[in-house]
Ligand binder design. Structure first.
Ligand code: 3PG
Length: 403
C-alpha cells in the first residue's frame, strides 16, 4: 500500500494555531550540560519558518528520564531562534495553566517552545492512537490547536501521545523533515543494488536488535558489521567476552543476539580488536586479551581495516551509531575511518543520527554521503521495512481528508 501524507500546503492554517511535533533530541556534553551539535534543531527550523503565517507551538522530547541528557529545552529555544533569525518564546511547562495561557496569547508569526515532553509521565509510554488521544497531555491541549504538523522523523518508531494522539482529533500533515527523508530514502532504496552492508554502533541496543532480523529477511543486510555496545552484546553472545557489559537488560539482549548468530551464522562481523584507556592514552588490544575491568571505547585498527574493506566493496552501505566514543579524540579513530571508507565508496551510502552527522562534518566528508538522515533507531526500523507509528497516523489523516 502506498503511504499517503498531507503537506503544509494542503492545510488551511493561515492565522491558525498549529502544534508542531519535532525531534530536537540532541547529545549533551556530560561535563558542561550543553548541547553538542545542532543538526536536528537546524532541520526543524525549516518547517517552523514555513509556518510564519500561523501561531506556532513547538514540542519535542530531550533525552531519557534518569539520564544526563534529560534536560529542559531552554537551550534548544535559544538555538532555534538563532537558526530562525527571530524570537522563540519558551515556557517551562507542557500542558499546565502556564503553557495553556501562553498558547492562548500567541499572535500570528510567533513561536512558542514547550518544555521537554518527557517531563510528562504519559509521554514516556506507548499507546495505540485511540488511547493516546485520551491522555491528559492531548486532552488538555488539543482544543487550543487547529491543526498538527508531525515532523519528528527520528521518533517515528515511538507511539507516544504527542506523536499518535493529536492526529486522532486534529487535521495533521507531515513537515519538511519527514518529506525530505522519505523522498531521499525512497529514491535511494529504489536504485540500491549489490551487497548490502549495515554498520551498527552507538549505545541504543533494543531498536537495533529488533531491526536486524527484518533487515536480513528483507535483503537489506547481507553483512552486519557490529561495533559499539551492540558489538559488545554480540561478542558476549558468541562467548568471546566474559565481563559484565553494565547495561540494562543485558541477559535479554545477549539471548537475542545468540539467536541471531545461530539463525544467520554468515552475516555478522564482530570486532577482532578494540581500543581501551590505559594511563590516559589509547591502547589497542585483541578481544582475547581484554581484562574484566577494561572498558571498550573504540574499535581497533585490524577491525577498522576489515570493516573498511567490506564497506568499499559493497553496493549499498548503511551506517547507524558511532563505533566508539568519538567525542574524545583518542577514541574517534574508528568512527572517522569508517566514515572515510563510506565517503570513498562507489556504493549508495546512508548515514544516520546526530553523532555521525557531527563526525562527518568534523572530517569534512558530509557532501560525499548520499543521504545523511536526522534519524537513528527509527531509520534502522524504516529500512528494515517495519511500520512506523508516525507514518501510519499521517497516512490515516491523509485518507480521512481525501474521503
Ligand atoms: C533518537 O534520538 O533516536 C530519537 O530522538 C528517539 O529517542 P529515544 O530512543 O530516546 O526514544
Amino acid at each position: 500500500m502506498v503511504l499517503r501524507m498531507l503537506s503544509i500546503e494542503d492545510m488551511n492554517i493561515t492565522g491558525k494555531t498549529v502544534f508542531v511535533r519535532v525531534d530536537m533530541n540532541t547529545p549533551i556534553d556530560p561535563k558542561t550540560g550543553k548541547l553538542m551539535e545542532f543538526n536536528r534543531i537546524k532541520e526543524a527550523s525549516v518547517t517552523i519558518r514555513d509556518l510564519k503565517k500561523s501561531k506556532v507551538v513547538v514540542a519535542s522530547h530531550q533525552g531519557r528520564v534518569g539520564r544526563n541528557d534529560f534536560i529542559s529545552l531552554e537551550q534548544h529555544a535559544e538555538a532555534l531562534a538563532n537558526f530562525l533569525g527571530y524570537e522563540v518564546k519558551f515556557v517551562d511547562d507542557i500542558f499546565g495553566p502556564t503553557a495553556r495561557k501562553k498558547i492562548d496569547s500567541l499572535s500570528i508569526g510567533e513561536v512558542l517552545l514547550l518544555d521537554n515532553l518527557r517531563l510528562s509521565a504519559e509521554e514516556n509510554k506507548e499507546f495505540i492512537p485511540k488511547d493516546a488521544a485520551k491522555t491528559m497531555l492531548v486532552q488538555r491541549l488539543y482544543k487550543l490547536f487547529d491543526a498538527c504538523v508531525l515532523d519528528s522523523f527520528p521518533t517515528a518508531h515511538r507511539s507516544c501521545p504527542s506523536i499518535v494522539g493529536f492526529s486522532e482529533l486534529l487535521p495533521s500533515c507531515g513537515g519538511r523533515i519527514v518529506e525530505k527523508e522519505l523522498k531521499a530514502l525512497n529514491k535511494l532504496l529504489n536504485v540500491a543494488k549489490g551487497i548490502c552492508a549495515t554498520v551498527l554502533g552507538g549505545a541504543k541496543i533494543s531498536d537495533r536488535l529488533e531491526a536486524i532480523d527484518t533487515l536480513i529477511a528483507n535483503n537489506r543486510a547481507d553483512k552486519v558489521l557490529l561495533t559499539g555496545t551492540v558489538g559488545n552484546v554480540f561478542l558476549k553472545a558468541s562467548g568471546q567476552l566474559d565481563a559484565k557489559l553494565g547495561i540494562d537488560d543485558e541477559v535479554k539482549y545477549v539471548k537475542q543476539a545468540k539467536k541471531l548468530l545461530t539463525n544467520h551464522p554468515d552475516v555478522f562481523e564482530m570486532p577482532k580488536d578494540v581500543a581501551i584507556m590505559s594511563n590516559d592514552s589509547r591502547v589497542e588490544v585483541l578481544i582475547k586479551e581484554l581484562k574484566p575491568n577494561d572498558k571498550i571505547l573504540d574499535i581497533g585498527s585490524m577491525t577498522i581495516d576489515n570493516y573498511s574493506r567490506i564497506i568499499k566493496s559493497s553496493g549499498t552501505i548503511f551506517m547507524s551509531g558511532p563505533p566508539g566514543m568519538f567525542e574524545d579524540n583518542r577514541f574517534s579513530k574508528g568512527t572517522e575511518e569508517l566514515l572515510r571508507a563510506m565517503a570513498s565508496s562507489f556504493g549508495t551510502t546512508i548515514v544516520s543520527g546526530g553523532h555521525l552527522s557531527a563526525a562527518l562534518e568534523r572530517i569534512g566528508r558530509k557532501e560525499l554521503i548520499d543521504h545523511v538522515s536526522t534519524a537513528g533507531g527509527a531509520l534502522v526500523l524504516f529500512l528494515a521495512g517495519k511500520k512506523l507509528p508516525l507514518l501510519e497516523v499521517l497516512d490515516k489523516s491523509a485518507r480521512k481528508k481525501i474521503k
